[in-house]
Ligand binder design. Structure first.
Ligand code: ACM
Ligand code: ZN
Length: 519
């Protein structure tokens, strides 16, 4: 009898699991999916004739009273895949969307199902995103990957319905975008003798650069033509590219090209990375750079960095002291806040909004700034309570330079396994370190949570092979958290789908780390 009960429990368990599993390997999981009679072989899926209707009214009719925000409606779609005709021999694809963007996402769903499912079930899908910001950040300064690599990752992002690419273009180890007003930036700091970052940066003080054209030098940068090509590629895939120009910290390379932008101290001061916010020339420099960046990138956002300024120089620099006195600022944090607020005003004058790492909360947040919460989630929650928009990119969940498995090539930081990435819930009361509860986000404030982003810092990540191994499969999990409705998230089912997606991505030429069994 006991055996029968165990057997029954097992069968029920399996049936239950099957009931929950999506009948497709699609990632991210769609909001609503129902099976229709019949199935289509992957071969038949090639070149299907689509009946496309772009009409908000028609889509609203099919949504039958489901409440979607305007931005969700723009990305939403209905996809019907069915059989018709004599003996149900021909296949019909019907797409209804309010906007081209929705049609694009419906087509990504079709492409994914055709690639991931050996036989695609006829189905009706009604789908829309949970969050408006579904991003990946790439650090191009520490190691430079280049245009072909970026485009390849944009292609994968689009398949996963991700829509923001955060381009970390400048940092201590190199300035990687052409600025006509200051050609010294790339001429002097985009190249170095050592290929591997840690061979260059010893003891957290930057190493030597070499001039552009030096034989055997490592490095590179994006010309304006390169940026235009990347933007056109991204635009066709409904991805917004957000450039980051770091200030006031992480500017070793800028100070190398323009030592006069450091504080008025011997050698520019003990801290090697900060610009001097006491000098007007610093603002003139940043504004000229930003004007060219604004011309290059149509995004409504400019990311101004703001992280990890040590601020020691400012406490003794005569120019910083004079600025603090003139502006009535009570210390180095308020001086940083002065700088960020001033840059925000400049951005606004040019129709742009700023994003900054969560240190921009120090000394008072700029009125319209969006906070990228990276230390944990507490800073983000504080910003939300103050009425600001937030993007969650918590270190212990979304830092993709951290290892997925202790046995991984060059393990650094903490273990950030696929399951750990998948477990992050932006609106939950969990703490980012997994220890205890946070206040969470109230329902009224939830609209301030724009979404999520995975960050690939590249101190340890030298080439495309390694970079992709760090991105995948973990980006699949971030995509699902960003797009899929909370009630569609299901780790065992995702793990199954991620394994299929990993195999297919490998066939497409991506390096994908084997999904880890480490928790
Ligand atoms: C950061 O990791 N410094 C944003
Ligand atoms: Zn100074």
């Amino acid at each position: 009898m006991k055996k029968i009960l165990i057997a029954l429990a097992f069968v029920c368990g399996v049936m239950n699991a099957q009931a929950q599993a999506l009948p497709t390997n699609l990632i991210p999981a769609p909001a609503e999916y129902s099976v229709r009679p019949g199935s289509i072989s992957s071969k038949e899926m090639v070149g299907l004739h689509e009946k496309v209707r772009i009409s908000e009214k028609a889509l609203l009719r099919r949504l039958e009273g489901r409440k979607l925000e305007d931005w969700q409606l723009k990305s939403a779609y209905l996809l019907e895949l069915g059989k018709k005709g004599v003996n149900q021999r021909s296949t019909q694809v019907k797409i209804v969307a309010a906007d081209e963007e929705g049609v694009f996402y419906a087509r990504q769903t079709l492409r994914m199902m055709a690639s991931l499912d050996s036989s695609v079930a006829c189905c009706t899908i009604l789908d829309w995103p949970r969050f408006r910001y579904r991003g990946v950040m790439l650090d191009e300064s520490r190691h430079f990957q280049g245009k072909a690599f970026v485009m390849k990752q944009l292609e994968m992002m689009a398949l996963l319905k991700m829509n923001r690419f955060h381009f970390h273009l400048v940092d201590n180890p190199g300035w990687r975008v052409q600025i006509d007003a200051y050609p010294r930036l790339t001429h002097l700091t985009a190249w170095r003798p050592q290929a591997f970052f840690w061979d260059w940066e010893k003891n957290e003080i930057g190493g030597p650069f070499v001039e552009e054209g030096t034989p055997g030098a490592y490095g590179g940068y994006y010309t304006k033509q390169d940026i235009a090509e990347i933007l056109s590629f991204a635009n066709e895939r409904h991805i917004e590219v957000i450039p980051e120009i770091e200030m006031p910290g992480h500017n070793y390379e800028t100070r190398y090209a323009f030592p006069e932008l450091a504080c008025s101290l011997p050698g520019g001061g003990k801290d090697p990375w900060e610009l001097c916010p006491g000098k007007e020339s610093t603002f003139e420099f940043l504004e000229k750079v930003l004007l060219e960046i604004f011309d290059m990138f149509p995004s409504q956002y400019i990311h101004i960095g703001g992280d990890e300024a040590r601020k020691n120089n400012w406490k003794i620099c005569p120019d910083c002291q004079a600025r603090m006195k003139a502006e009535g600022l009570k210390g180095a944090e308020e001086l940083q806040s002065y700088m960020i607020k001033r840059m925000e005003r400049f951005a606004h004058e040019h129709g742009k909004r700023i994003i900054g790492w969560d240190e921009i909360l120090q000394g008072g947040l700029a009125p319209d700034a969006t906070v990228m919460s990276w230390h944990g989630i507490e800073a983000g929650l504080q910003a939300v309570r103050e009425g600001h928009d937030v993007i969650f990119t918590p270190t212990h969940y979304y830092y993709l330079d951290y290892h997925q498995d202790p046995a991984q090539f060059r393990p650094v930081g903490r273990l950030v396994s696929l399951e750990k990435v998948y477990s992050f819930e932006p609106l939950a009361k969990q703490k980012a370190d997994g220890q205890g509860e946070s206040q969470g986000v109230s329902e009224a404030d939830a609209h301030h949570v724009l979404g999520v982003q995975g960050n690939l810092w590249t101190e340890h990540v030298q080439d495309a092979w390694h970079a992709e191994m760090m991105l995948y499969p973990r980006v699949f999990a971030i995509a699902e958290t960003g797009w899929s409705q909370a009630d569609r998230k299901d780790w065992p089912d995702f793990e199954r789908r991620a394994s299929v997606m990993s195999a297919v991505a490998r066939k497409w030429g991506y390096t994908v780390y084997p999904p880890s069994t480490q928790k």
